[in-house]
Write a protein that binds this ligand. Structure first.
Ligand code: UD1
Length: 343
């Protein structure tokens, strides 16, 4: 019988891509999402790609009672918990909202897993837990640093809540995936990133500028201690990232874990500067981007990229897609959105 996975935040950016990869790998998926930062129409994109209609429930993970009904109605073999708020700036302005949403949701999930005999949790963590590391690239052994925002703090705290819970309750196992910078869209251009309002993240700002929705991209700083002066990140294709979740679920349900709580870096191992992203985007999509260099953005890390060796060797997972095709997919998705609007 197909294994069934609960995907919280399944209509979101990474959740929707992961749902597609799970379905294509033969899993059954149930999505819960409160639609606070995503659209119901994402389900149509998932259906177009996979030919499958995924059960969807508009549920807020902060509501224990609503979430309990989902756990009781379906039996799950694993939970992938994406549902969380993720805007750094917003978290500084509304810390309580961030702690409420990100911590309470996770605690509810853990409680309901115990109540309902669900053993396996995959948690969305972030390279933000490393802060500005002294030594690059960062491995899973790199010490975590004190977070610089409430958002980052929630990722620290969630990892700690999971670590303590797994230690106390042997019936629960967990894998935390520390994502680097997920970008791009499904090659079909049926799903992708759907930011609301002015995007905070680089790639949606780039694609919206190319589409003429924003007049100009601001590159935040060219005076960092990096080869071209702009910040360096590890940009990981969202479909590659989605596949890491499928592998993690397989590892857990197949009893292949070495520890009841494992942590993996999910990145490419390659650091790319903001200006390199801009130039590559222009080259592969054959267009000119209107941009200017402005001052640094408060709270930005100068440089971070992954040492993904542990994930490569232990999970047998590797980032496969090139930056070129990833930036093409991002632009194709933006164009697809434009076409849908003009229809
Ligand atoms: C950060 C966190 C990441 C978190 C994400 C949530 C770090 C290292 N990363 O990503 O863990 O999941 O927030 O949103 O803490 N940039 C511009 N102009 C723009 C937008 C961005 O130049 O308009 C630059 C930024 O300065 C940065 C790079 O592009 O150097 C990537 O920025 P962004 O996409 O916002 O992601 P991070 O800040 O790296």
């Amino acid at each position: 019988m197909a294994k069934r996975v609960l995907v919280t935040g399944g209509t979101g950016y990474i959740g929707s891509h992961t749902t597609v990869e799970l379905l294509e790998a033969g899993y059954e998926v149930v999505i819960v999402d409160n639609l606070s930062n995503s659209e119901r129409t994402v389900l149509n994109g998932i259906r177009k790609i996979t030919g499958r209609k995924v059960p969807f429930h508009k549920v807020d993970c902060r509501s224990l009672a609503s979430l309990r009904r989902i756990f009781v109605r379906y039996g799950f073999d694993a939970v992938i918990h994406f549902a969380a708020s993720k805007a750094v700036g917003e978290s500084v302005e509304q810390p309580l909202m961030y702690y409420q949403n990100n911590l309470v949701s996770l605690m509810n999930i853990l409680q309901l897993m115990r109540e309902n005999g669900v053993r396996n949790l995959v948690f969305s963590s972030s390279c933000t837990v490393y802060g500005q590391a002294e030594k690059l690239p960062v491995s899973e052994q790199t010490p975590r640093r004190e977070a610089t925002s409430p958002y980052g703090n929630t990722k620290h705290m969630c990892e700690d809540i999971i670590r303590d819970s797994v230690a106390a309750y042997p019936e629960i196992h967990a894998i935390a995936l520390r994502y680097f910078n997920p970008i791009g869209a499904h090659p079909s251009a049926e799903i992708g990133e759907l930011p609301r309002g002015v995007p905070n993240n680089l790639i949606p700002f780039v694609t919206q500028t190319a589409a003429g929705i924003r007049p100009m991209l601001s590159v935040f700083g060219d005076d960092y201690n990096t080869p071209d002066g702009s910040c360096i990140r590890d940009y990981i294709n969202v479909t590659d990232l989605a596949k890491a979740h499928v592998v993690a679920v397989g590892r857990m349900t197949g009893d292949k874990m070495k520890q009841p709580f494992e942590v993996f870096n999910i990145g490419t191992g390659r650091g790319v500067s903001t200006l390199e992203v801009v130039r590559t985007f222009e080259k592969v999509n054959n267009l000119k981007l209107n941009y200017k260099i402005v001052g640094r953005r408060a709270g930005d890390i100068e440089a971070v990229w992954a040492d993904p060796t542990y994930a490569n060797e232990e999970l047998g997972w590797k980032a496969e897609k090139s930056l070129d095709e990833t930036l093409q997919s991002a632009w194709n998705w933006q164009k697809h959105l434009g076409e849908k609007k003009s229809k």
